[in-house]
Design a protein around this ligand. Structure first.
Ligand code: KET
Length: 457
């Protein structure tokens, strides 16, 4: 890198004499071409610094836009009225507006009435939140909770919790690998890369059947060296919207158990897949019921609409309360130098909603409403596409997929056409967020998909 500062020091005989004549009025600073000369004079020594307009950060290259959040930036920059943001997985109303849940507003009012303070939380987060979140995940009467085998630490939403889990792996399982589904949520690989945890992929999606490649998945998990961490999406797999059946989950658990692997669940959509919190946690609970040790990262971004509050948790379910205590102490140790302690606002909202029976019931109703709206647009999109497209292509995969997304099978060029020609913003892997779609826009989207699919290779 080019040096950006040039210093010249001139030794003078007398404090007032100088080989450079400095006019009192220009003392301190002068312009020379595009550069700035700075003078300072002390005890007979005049030093002159030339600050050249070359940044010290010259060697830092431009980062590419984020494949998901970068789509929202591009959407904001588009001035066309027909534009549609189906990039990020964020719930919108039928009017395509962001939605703050009523239970969240009620919980916030409760907090105001109580006049809660803004003291630091402990490193592990709000105790009432940690209790509520583990119970929501595992069921309040889960033996693992009763036996105090669950180490729960409040995290910076799903991402921060995954990052904490990755840091634990890096520190205490050096050399261990994480197996990640192909494809997966765009940020998983970044998280493990930055935590310096090696990863590889297991087969998951079969483009021929537009379904789960179950045989491939099992083979790849079997082939991984013993003690591998297997990253699993608890429900509503992102981006494919394809989940294993309960029977397939049992078989996945069999292989993971046989191979002494460690399951690492990412639970970002509890309640959003089926509309039921318990049903959506069934995969995690099945593994825990077998007595397996499990890592689980949770997020409240989607199911409580708390995207910007950054609230989630890292849970480690261990085989003994002693090891859970030790694991928790280490999670705290990892968190302290990273962000010290987590924010309180979202934690209080979750604790209030989950811990107040009336609010909890209301939350479930609101979640069903959100999941229901997504199901309605899913159906309408399918109806629109299948009535407009005369080519005979089978679009029924749209109905089979679950959760917030539809994995359309559109390739990068076709996805580019969706954006460039139709102003439909989506990720380049062909994923569209149905949570950002309204019934009114389904026909338009159907036209865009049909055009992109048939007219772009
Ligand atoms: N896991 C999965 C599978 C996931 O889809 C997301 C977010 C997260 C974790 C993390 O969310 P957090 O807000 O950190 O709790 N996914 C959406 C948003 C994003 O990419 O950040 C998305 O896929 O659009």
């Amino acid at each position: 890198m080019a040096s950006s500062v040039l210093s010249i020091a001139t030794q003078c005989v007398s404090p007032n004499a100088s080989s450079l004549s400095i006019n009192e009025t220009h003392k301190g600073k002068a312009k020379l071409g595009g550069s700035t000369l700075r003078f300072s004079k002390s005890s007979g020594r005049i030093s002159m610094t030339v600050a050249v307009n070359v940044s010290r950060f010259e060697g830092i290259p431009m980062a590419p836009p984020d494949p998901i959040l970068g789509v929202s930036e591009a959407f904001r920059a588009d001035t066309n009225d027909v534009k549609l943001n189906l990039g990020v997985g964020a719930y919108r109303t039928e009017e395509l507006q962001p939605y703050v849940l009523n239970v969240v507003k009620k919980a916030e009012n409760l907090m105001l009435e109580r006049g809660d303070n803004k003291e630091y939380l402990p490193i592990e987060g709000l105790a009432a939140f940690n209790k509520a979140t583990a119970e929501l995940l595992l069921g309040a009467d889960n033996p693992a909770i009763k036996e105090q085998r669950v180490a729960t630490v409040q995290g910076l939403s799903g991402t921060g919790s995954l990052r904490l889990g990755a840091a634990l792996i890096e520190r205490y399982f050096p050399g261990s690998k994480v197996l990640i589904s192909a494809p997966t949520w765009g940020n998983h690989k970044n998280i493990f890369n930055d935590a310096r945890v090696p990863w590889s992929e297991y087969r998951y999606y079969d483009p021929r059947t537009v379904g789960l490649d179950f045989e491939g998945m099992i083979e790849d998990i079997k082939a991984a060296p013993e003690g591998t961490f297997v990253l699993l999406h608890g429900c509503a797999h992102n981006p494919t919207g394809i989940d294993p059946t309960p029977e397939q989950w049992e078989k996945i658990a069999d292989v993971i158990q046989q191979k002494n692997h460690i399951p690492f669940f990412d639970v970002a959509y509890q309640g959003f897949a089926s509309g039921s919190l318990d049903e959506d946690a069934a995969s995690v609970r099945l593994f825990v019921a077998r007595g397996m040790e499990v890592l689980v990262a949770q997020s409240y971004s989607k199911n409580l609409g708390l995207y910007a509050e950054r609230i989630g948790a890292m849970n480690v379910i261990s085989s003994s309360s002693e090891s859970a205590t030790r694991v928790k102490s280490q999670l705290k140790r990892l968190a302290r130098p990273m962000y010290s302690n987590p924010p309180v606002h979202g934690a209080r909202i979750v604790a209030n909603v989950v811990g107040t029976p009336i609010l909890f019931d209301e939350w479930k109703a609101e979640m069903e409403m959100m999941a229901g709206r997504i199901k309605n647009v899913r159906q309408k999109l399918y109806d629109s596409i299948s009535s407009k497209d005369k080519s005979g292509k089978d679009w029924s995969f749209i109905l089979k997929q679950i959760g917030m997304f539809s994995y359309t099978g559109l390739n990068k060029n076709q996805s580019d056409n969706m954006t460039n020609k139709w102003h439909v913003y989506m990720t380049k892997d062909g994923r569209i967020s149905l949570a950002g779609l309204s019934l009114a826009k389904c026909e338009y989207l159907a036209d865009a998909i049909i055009d992109s699919y048939h007219n772009v290779s």
